[in-house]
Design a protein around this ligand. Structure first.
Ligand code: PRP
Ligand code: GUN
Length: 189
């Protein structure tokens, strides 16, 4: 299945030009290392499956993995609500996990918890597969009162961020900007 995203660099470029650094690479690295220590404390002997939510969590998962010094297996799924845009649409499954999740400890890795529909949906899917446990790890949590469930939080959160559109460190705007090493904030979106 494919998702239609128009070639849109002409729209991305002005947003990039006015974007400001919210978190630089060193701050990001410190956050990721702290999360790795928390996971090491809790998952040393659990041989978890790290279920990376593509595409946004690609960079976060890659960086986090290099700090995890315990046995784990990696898998991914792809669910999208935003299709490259700044506003959400219907949730769409593009790729399902490959590993059997039954009786496994599953860590769902995502770059951002915004309204939370994506994570809730994936957590329910993982539980329905018969996982032994399921916990979410998000790099950032956008703070506002529009969460899918009241006071929703991930089990592990890297950093809370303001209620503004962000891109970089894996997150896109119109599918551009994922390769930016900083997390950028765009006030006007
Ligand atoms: O908490 P929510 O409001 O549900 O939003 C969070 C989701 O939105 C983004 O994915 P997106 O749908 O943009 O897909 P992508 O990662 O492929 O860009 C992000 O990577 C999260 O998975
Ligand atoms: N790139 C990006 N994707 C998102 N998905 C949900 N919120 C956001 C956001 O602020 N930026």
């Amino acid at each position: 299945m494919s998702v239609f995203i128009p070639l849109s660099y002409d729209h991305f470029a002005p947003a990039e030009a006015q974007a400001k650094v919210l978190l630089g690479p060193e701050q990001i690295n410190a956050i990721v290392r702290r999360l790795a220590l928390e996971l090491e404390r809790d998952y040393q002997d659990k041989h978890p499956v790290l279920l990376t939510v593509m595409s946004g969590a690609l960079v976060f998962a890659g960086q986090l993995m290099t700090h995890l010094r315990f046995p784990l297996q990696l898998d991914y799924c792809h669910v999208t609500r935003y299709r490259g845009a700044a506003r959400a649409d219907e949730l769409q499954w593009l790729v399902s996990p490959r590993l059997a999740l039954k009786d496994r400890h599953v860590l769902v890795l995502d770059d951002i918890l915004d309204e939370g529909h994506t994570l809730l949906h994936i957590e329910r899917f993982v539980q329905a597969q018969g996982a032994r446990s399921c916990a979410s790890v998000v790099f950032c949590d956008k703070r506002h009162d529009r969460k899918a469930e009241k006071d929703m939080r991930a089990a592990y959160t890297g950093v809370d961020i303001p209620d503004r559109f962000v891109f970089g460190f894996g997150l896109d705007y119109l599918e551009y900007g994922r390769n930016c090493p900083a997390l950028m904030i765009v006030e006007s979106l």
